[in-house]
Unconditional design. Structure first.
Ligand SMILES: Nc1ncnc2c1ncn2[C@@H]1O[C@H](COP(=O)(O)OP(=O)(O)OP(=O)(O)O)[C@@H](O)[C@H]1O
Ligand SMILES: [Mg+2]
Lengths: 402, 226
């Protein structure tokens, strides 16, 4: 019997009992769809995090006060003793490295922002003009902080988009004065709306020169220094240089932590990829369940088609051929189920994408491939037993319907 | 052509043993017309299944064209069935989801014959058996006689050397039964060996060679003298 004829015959028997066929296809397709949707979600989460990191800036190296052995997130929090502060001079010294393109020192605090009767508590970011480039921010109206002496405590500020809306509504903001704590600042620019990025809402920020922030919060220490390496290839060099310069300036003591964004990103990437695979694996179990269902339904099919099998044998089909017919049925079913599942899965992913537009849901190719192969594999694997049972039927008994 | 030597067939049901064939010795020659008669349970169907390689003897030998067939494996036996043996059953055994033409085509599909040749051969055969206008009908849209004609077309489409018919007229009324029998007898002209199992003495008497069975034994084997 030719392969094409085998498949055509199998197709005929599948069409001969549409309810049974649809049921098995449904089970198969739900399994495949589950894998597709769940891995799409996992992959979406991974991409979301990666995107968030890249909005932070590219080729970023971050210098934080304090030291932890594990280069993870939140360094400085674990160590018991208070580390030495990082100062503005430390920050400027970093520019000595050839690998470092620019730096943006950061001081963070909160203060009361007011204009006339309007008053609210805001997060204040002290930095320099380079922050705009380093953090990939963009200015909406007016100008960002002016370049110039880092120690100049100018009374100017840049408002986040939402801050501007709250204080000025649709009025012109640039050129107006606001009060921050006990000091008056002139608004020189408004940031373009950016939404959330790594948990910090730039829309709700107020940015002032770092020297002014130090005066406002009465401190001389930096929250961290953002360092941008010359290019991707210089990241490690920049990290090394930053460490060395800080050690030098802190009289030989390693009391800062320097992390690269890449390292953090890689960690997240690894965690989320593993998670996606785990979730996909769990979903694949539903495929195995579908496989068991196929086996059961096929066994019933063998019982229902005993006479036909007996006839085929009488007409000269060897056991091998009967087995092939059942395998072909399973293969057709699994393929159809997979295709239906893919359609369902992609549709589901798209719907989720519509509901959560921030999440870039899209099933990873490896998961799609794995789902299809698992479907095909389980389909055929679980048809082995029914097929063998059919092949072993005694033709005389089968013809008699026994 | 076919020779059974000391063939026994014993069925084991639970711990009981039922002997369906006892020490059968039989020789069939090419082109013979043989009827097998006997009371119910005498082993006629078992004998026919044995001749058609659907069943294996518990002991004894089956020789086909001088070769021992009992030693062949499943695939080789299937090939012999495919190429040399045709079956016609009392209850037709057509595949209900296939059309008349597709049922006739089935043995050729199993044999791996190309589609164009299959179509051509089916068409010729359907015409010969007066089934042309019923080619696309499903079995449940056909009368009993038409069904049996389709079954005979299917049994002969591979040009077998032996045609085994187990009560081919058993489910048909007299007139239709006779028509079907005429059709089968027509095949003798093409040199086929025809074996018909029947309860009908009138039908059985038409064969040149009449075998009577009783309790798993051949009790008489008469050759009509010409
Ligand atoms: N699969 C089987 N298992 C057990 N016993 C069987 C089996 N097939 C046939 N027999 C027994 O073998 C004997 C012969 O059966 P067989 O079907 O050959 O009779 P038969 O002559 O064709 O009868 P009928 O005219 O009713 O068709 C019977 O006693 C029957 O009960
Ligand atoms: Mg019988």
């Amino acid at each position: 019997m030719k392969l094409a004829d085998t498949f055509q015959f199998a197709f005929g028997s599948l069409r001969g009992s549409p309810t049974r066929t649809l049921l098995m296809m449904l089970a198969m397709s739900i399994g495949v769809a589950a894998v597709v949707v769940l891995t799409a979600l996992g992959e979406g989460a991974r991409r979301y995090v990666v995107n968030q990191f890249s909005t932070l800036g590219t080729n970023l190296v971050i210098v934080l006060p304090g030291r932890t052995e594990t280069a993870g997130i939140g360094p400085g929090l674990m160590s018991g003793q208070t580390p030495r502060d990082i100062t503005l001079d430390d920050a400027q010294a970093l520019l000595r490295s050839r690998a470092i393109k620019r730096i943006a020192p950061l001081t963070v605090g909160s203060a009361a922002l007011s204009r006339g009767a309007l008053n609210r508590e805001v997060v204040v970011l002290g930095s320099t003009s380079d922050l705009l480039e380093v953090r990939h921010m963009s200015i909406g109206i007016g100008k960002f902080l002016p370049a110039g002496d880092i120690n100049d405590g100018l009374s100017v500020c840049v408002l986040g988009n939402q801050m501007k809306q709250e204080l000025f509504g649709n009025e012109q903001a640039v050129g107006q004065w606001v009060r921050l704590g006990d000091r008056r600042f002139r608004v020189i620019g408004v940031l373009a709306s950016q939404g959330e990025s790594m948990g910090m809402r730039t829309d709700e920020l107020v940015i002032i020169p770092v020297a002014s922030a130090h005066q406002l919060f009465n401190t001389s220490s930096l929250f961290r220094i953002l360092v941008e390496a010359k290019s991707r290839d210089y990241i490690e060099q920049a990290k090394h240089d930053a460490e060395e310069i800080m050690v030098q300036r802190h009289s030989g003591e390693r009391d800062v932590t320097v992390i690269t964004q890449d390292a953090v990103l890689a960690t997240f990437d690894r965690i989320l990829t593993t998670l996606t695979m785990a979730v996909g694996g769990i979903a694949a179990i539903s495929l195995a369940v579908a496989g068991v269902l196929i086996m059961n339904v096929m066994l019933i099919a063998v019982a229902q088609r005993v006479k036909e099998i007996g006839l085929l044998k009488a007409l000269g089909a060897p056991g091998k051929q009967i087995r092939m017919l059942f395998f072909a049925e399973a293969a057709l079913l699994s393929t159809a189920g997979s295709v239906a599942g893919l359609v369902l899965g992609y549709a589901g992913s798209m719907i989720i994408g519509q509901i959560y537009p921030t999440l870039p849901v899209s099933p990873p190719w490896w998961a799609v491939l794995a789902a299809c192969f698992t479907a095909l594999g389980t389909g055929i694997l679980f048809s082995v037993w029914p097929a063998r049972r059919a092949a072993k039927l005694d033709p005389v008994a089968a013809l008699a319907g026994r | 052509m076919i020779e059974l030597q000391n063939v026994c067939r014993i069925f084991t049901v639970g711990d009981q043993q039922v002997t369906a064939l006892r020490d059968i010795n039989l020789r069939l020659d090419a082109g013979e017309y043989i009827s097998i008669m006997g009371p119910s349970g005498s082993g006629k169907s078992t004998m026919l299944n044995m001749l058609g390689l659907l069943d294996r003897p518990t002991s004894g030998t089956y020789l086909l064209d001088g070769g021992n067939v009992t030693d062949l494996n499943d695939e080789q036996q299937a090939r012999v069935r495919r190429e040399k043996i045709g079956f016609v059953f009392q209850s037709f055994h057509l595949v209900p989801r296939l059309t008349a033409a597709q049922n006739v085509e089935l043995p050729m599909i199993l044999a791996g014959i190309p589609a164009e040749e299959r179509k051509a051969r089916v068409q010729v055969l359907m015409q010969n058996y007066g089934l042309s206008d019923r080619a696309d009908h499903k079995p449940d849209q056909l009368s009993g006689g038409q069904r049996q004609r389709v079954a005979i077309a299917r049994a002969t489409v591979m040009n077998p050397t032996v045609l085994l018919a187990d009560e081919p007229t058993g489910n048909l009324d007299r007139t239709t039964g006779w028509e079907v029998l005429k059709l089968l007898e027509g095949l003798l002209e093409q040199g086929i060996t025809l074996v018909v199992v029947t309860h009908d003495a009138e039908i059985g008497a038409r064969a040149q060679r009449r075998i009577h069975m009783l309790d798993g034994r051949i009790v008489s084997d008469e050759q009509r003298t010409k």
